[in-house]
Write a protein that binds this ligand. Structure first.
Ligand SMILES: [Zn+2]
Ligand SMILES: [Zn+2]
Length: 526
């Protein structure tokens, strides 16, 4: 794979003599497989020069894929100036993390509204397809892509690309989940361990390294890493090479030189084989196979673009807090995402709500002596009998206690103080993960039923069997916009349905989701 950096600056473009060598443009990386598949990671202001290069080879017939980590300005500002999107005859796919509200297309279109830009996004003349992603996997021609949520105050995806026998991982913007790790010391546990697994055995890891450990205490919650943490991560995850990027706009070229020299000296001292450099705008890196095979598709495969509306529609969040101000703040945050919080103050209430409301996430506060969140978490875990999926429990506390948390069954932490954006993002990522997991269960149930044997055909099946028939098409239902809406609609009205109405909705779903092969089957017996 061939990698070229077109933008290496973080947060805001910073052109000028002090940044001339490492570059002043914001995040944009071009990746090409040996077969020529073009993937662009983020489209900050660096995307402008890349677009000029692409157009210089002829404007027509350009085909490429833009993977957006998140929609903060420094990662999307190149899109309105990315000329291949405006030329007819070109074909582009744009991917980014799906949110709970507006789509990726709407968000990208927002920065091109009349007030901000003279040409709206829908006037781009290239054929553009938009892909709203969750955590999972998908293929772009010969490149296998895996996605994983990063820790940032906006829904952000890291991308792991595998092709030509090599692995390139792009993780920008990201902050260690456990703050102590920013010092470069400490053990990877919990969500930090998940992040390490995601980057494991990368031949090239392109990672956010905006700050130093010394600067980090003043930047907690800003969603960026220290260089010391990235080096620790790289060694832990047996990464071959690290490109430090998202350089702080206040850091001049000489300062970056010094940081890299220090990092290399530390690695030599530790006899580490890890190679580290700071990404330079314009730099080309040929990534050759290292001989050590990367762990391909670490997670159970789940289509990152699967439609999860049916399971996402059921979202609800439990809040178990002692602090009323905190309850009010989090409730407001949840309502901004269209989620109605369900508050409880005792273990009994929590149990009743879990049984009745089937929540997607529980947020508990550990604030002794007012509230023992750990005890409450243990009580919730003791009640669980669903082995297919464990309710994510996010613990709000003044500091982490990983050992006690793991023992109690805590999934993730929200350490005070935190910003609204940070809490909102963390909650959204867990709501989306729960919806994905429930979709996964639904699909596997569907597949189990599907393989159980042929359906009764040629006569009207009894009600129970028609239920099975509707389940049988749920795989198609999830993959089809219209049918997913129908499915949700029918679920909403299910408690009030009459047999005649149920039959009408059932028939409608079957018709909406029928594949051509099903239609042939059916006509043969009718
Ligand atoms: Zn950024
Ligand atoms: Zn950002």
């Amino acid at each position: 794979m061939r990698v070229q950096f077109w933008g290496t600056r973080g947060s805001i473009a910073k052109p000028g003599p002090s940044t001339a060598r490492y570059g002043g443009n914001t995040s944009c990386v071009e990746v090409r497989s040996a077969r020529g598949t073009l993937v662009i990671l983020d489209c900050g202001t660096g995307g402008h020069s890349l677009s000029q290069k692409l157009m210089s080879g002829g404007a027509k017939g350009l085909r490429g894929h833009i993977l957006i980590s998140h929609t903060h300005w420094d990662h999307i500002q190149g899109i309105p100036f990315f000329y291949p999107l405006f030329a007819p005859g070109n074909e582009w796919d744009i991917y980014g993390p799906r949110g709970l509200g507006q789509s990726l297309r709407e968000t990208l279109g927002g920065q091109m509204q009349y007030t901000y830009f003279p040409v709206p996004l829908d006037q781009c003349r290239a054929k553009i397809r938009y892909h709203d992603l969750v955590e999972g996997t998908f293929d772009i021609d010969d490149i296998k892509v895996s996605t994983h949520y990063l820790n940032h105050p906006a829904l952000t995806l890291g991308y792991r690309l595998e092709a030509d026998g090599v692995t390139v991982v792009y993780a920008c913007d990201h902050e260690p989940h456990t703050r102590i790790l920013a010092t470069g010391e400490g053990r990877m546990t919990g969500q930090d361990l998940r992040h390490a697994e995601f980057v494991e055995h990368a031949d090239l890891l392109i990672h956010d390294a905006q700050y130093t450990a010394e600067e980090y205490p003043a930047k907690v919650g800003w969603g960026h890493s220290s260089i010391e943490y990235v080096l620790n991560l790289g060694q832990h995850a047996a990464v071959k090479r690290i490109a430090l990027t998202h350089h702080d706009p206040l850091r001049d070229d000489d300062a970056i030189d010094r940081l890299v020299a220090n990092a290399q000296a530390n690695l030599r001292q530790n006899a580490s084989s890890l190679d580290v450099f700071a990404a330079v705008e314009g730099q080309v890196v040929e990534v050759a196979p290292s001989g050590v095979r990367g762990s391909v598709r670490l997670k159970e495969e789940f289509q990152a673009e699967r439609l999860i509306e049916p399971t996402l529609a059921e979202r609800s969040v439990l809040l178990g807090m002692a602090d009323t101000k905190l309850t009010a703040t989090l409730s407001e945050t949840l309502r901004a995402e269209g989620v109605q919080p369900k508050c409880f103050s005792s273990v009994e209430e929590a149990r009743a709500l879990i049984a009745k409301a089937r929540p997607s996430v529980a947020i508990l506060e550990h604030h002794p002596p007012y509230l023992d969140g750990m005890e409450m978490c243990r009580a919730i875990r003791a009640q669980e009998n669903d082995h297919e999926y464990q309710l994510p429990v996010v613990m709000v506390a003044a500091q982490e206690n990983q050992a006690a948390g793991t023992a109690a069954g805590v999934t993730d932490w929200l350490i005070r103080p935190f910003t609204d954006a940070y809490a909102r993002t963390k909650i959204c990522s867990w709501l989306l993960r729960t919806a994905c997991q429930r979709s996964r269960v639904l699909i596997s149930e569907d597949e189990t039923r599907h393989s159980a044997g042929p359906l009764v055909r040629g006569r009207r099946a009894p009600m129970a069997q028609r239920g099975i028939e509707n389940k049988r098409v749920s795989k198609n239902v999830i993959r089809t916009d219209k049918s997913a809406l129908l499915w949700m609609y029918s679920r909403d009205i299910a408690p009030f349905e009459t047999p005649a109405f149920s039959k009408a909705v059932g028939d409608l779903i079957v018709r909406a989701t029928k594949r051509p092969s099903d239609m042939r089957d059916r006509s043969a017996v009718m």
